[in-house]
Ligand binder design. Structure first.
Ligand code: GLN
Length: 226
């Protein structure tokens, strides 16, 4: 049986097609979900992709969080459905309180677009099993509101529980606390990060790296072996 992974499109999503392609390259079946869908079409996992959903009005992710599809995603994520939020998807996950903290404007106030070095800190989540802890990878980063913040107690808790999944290396591109690039929930089924693994899955494209592919093969293995 093929694993079915849903990709939600909101008005203003940019990376839904690339995300669907990454899922297909990994060997799973992408399923298009619309922000007005309440029903998740029996997918085995969901990706909230990058972009400027609802134009980033109010705050990035603040409106999308209230779309009909998110009511179901929130309920099912709490029941264990694997959910990955990439960039705008990470912003939506914090607004939905599936992940703690918030995303603010980059500290230098500019949009950033670069090939970013990261360290995988936690290879035990649903989406990172095909990496090894401590592995260094390069993945494209492109955003304006990428500065991860949370109160000190939350950050200390994330660190103590090993829930900082990815950390920026060499350069902190936005002023994120503790160089945090991505985090997970306590159960490890919900992961959010600012860099874009879906843009690094094919050697013919971009820098030629495929460092993002393990996100999609990790979840596929997890689902197939479940
Ligand atoms: N590529 C993205 O998803 C980034 C868009 C995002 N809304 C921002 O902070 O700029």
């Amino acid at each position: 049986m093929t694993a079915r992974i849903g990709v939600v499109t909101f008005p203003g999503s940019l990376d839904d097609r690339d995300t669907q392609r990454a899922i297909r390259v990994a060997g799973a079946e992408p399923v298009a979900l619309w922000h007005k869908d309440k029903d998740l079409k029996q997918v085995d996992a969901v990706v909230l992709c990058g972009g400027f959903s609802y134009g980033d009005y109010l705050r990035a992710g603040a409106i999308s969080r209230f779309s009909p599809v998110m009511d179901t995603v929130i309920d099912q994520a709490k029941a264990g459905l694997p959910v990955l939020g990439i960039c705008n998807g990470f912003q939506i996950l914090t607004e939905a309180h599936l992940l703690p903290g918030a995303m603010l404007g980059n500290d230098h106030l500019h949009f950033v677009c670069r090939d970013q070095k990261l360290r995988v800190e936690n290879a035990d989540t649903s989406w990172t099993g095909d990496y090894t802890a401590g592995q260094e990878i390069h993945i494209p980063l492109k955003n304006r509101d990428g500065r991860y913040v949370a109160d000190r107690r939350t950050v200390d808790e994330l660190e103590a529980e090993g829930r900082v999944a990815f950390r920026y290396l060499d350069v902190n591109p936005n002023g994120s606390l503790n160089d945090i690039a991505g985090i997970s929930n306590a159960a490890g089924n919900v992961v959010g990060l600012m860099p874009h693994p879906e843009h690094a899955v094919e050697s013919l494209i971009g820098t030629g790296r495929t460092d993002g592919l393990p996100f999609f093969t990790s979840i596929l293995k997890k689902l197939v072996n479940a």
